[in-house]
Every structure is written in C-alpha cells, then in structure tokens.
Design a protein around this ligand. Structure first.
Ligand code: ZN
Length: 226
C-alpha cells in the first residue's frame, strides 16, 4: 500500500473535526483586511535597490538599472491573489448535471506560490475532489483558478490547503471535499538544509472523505492512478 495511504490509517488527524460547512474556519489575509498602508511604486522600487545593495551589487550599474521596476511588476503578478476573491471565482454553480452525484476530481493543477517565511517560491501541484450536493457543481477550470486565488499570496503550504478546502466548503457546500498539495519548497532546496527534490505533501478532508477512510483511499488512488 502506498505510504501516504498507510499513514492515514496509522496516524489519524490530531485535529478536532472541522466545524459544519458555512462556518468560516480559516482566516484569509487580504489586502483589505491587512491593516497596512500600501507603499507607492517608487517606494517599492527603492526597497528593491536596497536589497540589491544588501546582496552586494550596485543598483546603478547598467544591467540592474531597470531591475527594480521589473521586480515590482513581477510582484504584482506573484501576489495578484490579494485582489481576488474565492467567492467570485466560485459564484457560478451549475445545478443541471443529469443526476451525476459521484466524485469530481481535478488533479495535477500546477501552481507556484511564495513561502511567507522567506518569500521564495514553492512550486507544485494541487489535487481537488468533492462530492457535489444538490447545490450543484462548478466549472472545472474554476477549481484551477481557485488555487491561484490563494497561491498568489504569501503562504504556508498548510494554510494554502486549508484555505482551498474552506472556500469549497463555503461556496459549494459539498457532501465532502478532499485536497492534496504536493510541492517543493525553494527555501529547503536553495538555502537552509539544501535538500533538492524533496516534496512536502499536505492533505485535508471534510464530510464523506473525513468520515470514511475508504473514501480517502479512493481519492488517493485516483490521484496516483495515471
Ligand atoms: Zn520558507
């Protein structure tokens, strides 16, 4: 049996069961709730010049002249999630599914995020499954977009997993939801312990998936079965 599956049986989650759907379980920081004043673009570019000097280089040399503008622009992309709302991504629900009520799984959703401890990337894949309720289903691409709403912020992999689950619980009210994230953290491969190629796996289950180990096995089998 797969080690991941085995560990599910050997080590039940220490966490208390998640509250009923509809109850906010995860605090999601957004630009609106974080009580910070956004600096001007010029201030942000000056901060990049400071870091260039901190790295030991000369921000006035030709190759670096436009770097602060590029970095600030890249930050707008890396952290675009602060301006996005999960509710807007999941707002269109299709109720007409011809009686389909089995599991919906979207696997291998690629993402890149930044760890909130070092502000360096972690890159990986998310696998999302849910059992639709009479509330309906969402377009499959919406689940991929949902990952980016949260990945494009400063994150921990654990919080990213929990926030995706929480958004699906709130907006789709499924009979159960399962999310697995596998990622490599550059803060482990490029610095610190310098372990390249190690992968961190996080799982979170609600409803049917949380209550029935056979459903967890089914999810993990479908994720691995290629
Ligand atoms: Zn880190």
């Amino acid at each position: 049996m797969d080690d991941v599956v085995k560990s599910l049986f050997e080590r039940p989650p220490l966490k208390a069961p998640a509250p009923k759907s509809g109850t906010p379980t995860t605090k999601v920081p957004t630009a609106a709730t974080a009580a910070v004043q956004k600096p001007t673009r010029e201030e942000a570019e000056a901060a990049v010049r400071t870091l260039l000097r901190w790295a030991g280089d000369d921000p006035s040399r030709e190759g670096l002249l436009a770097t602060p503008q590029r970095v600030v622009k890249a930050y707008e992309e890396f952290f675009a999630g602060y301006n996005k709302d999960a509710g807007e991504v999941l707002d269109r629900v299709f109720e007409e599914v011809q009686g389909y009520d089995d599991l919906v799984l979207v696997r291998d959703i690629p993402f890149s995020s930044h760890c909130e401890h070092h502000m360096v990337p972690f890159v990986g894949k998310a696998h999302i499954a849910y059992y639709p309720s009479e509330h309906g289903v969402v377009g499959l691409s919406k689940l991929a977009r949902l990952v980016d709403v949260f990945a494009r912020r400063l994150q921990t992999q654990e919080a990213l997993t929990a926030q995706i689950v929480d958004a699906i619980e709130r907006h789709l009210q499924p009979r159960g939801c399962a999310v697995m994230i596998e990622a490599e953290h550059m803060c482990m491969s490029m610095r610190g312990v310098l372990k390249q190629g190690s992968t961190t796996v996080t799982n979170q289950f609600t409803g049917i998936f949380r209550d029935d180990p056979a459903e967890q096995v089914r999810f993990l089998t479908l994720v691995r079965d290629k």
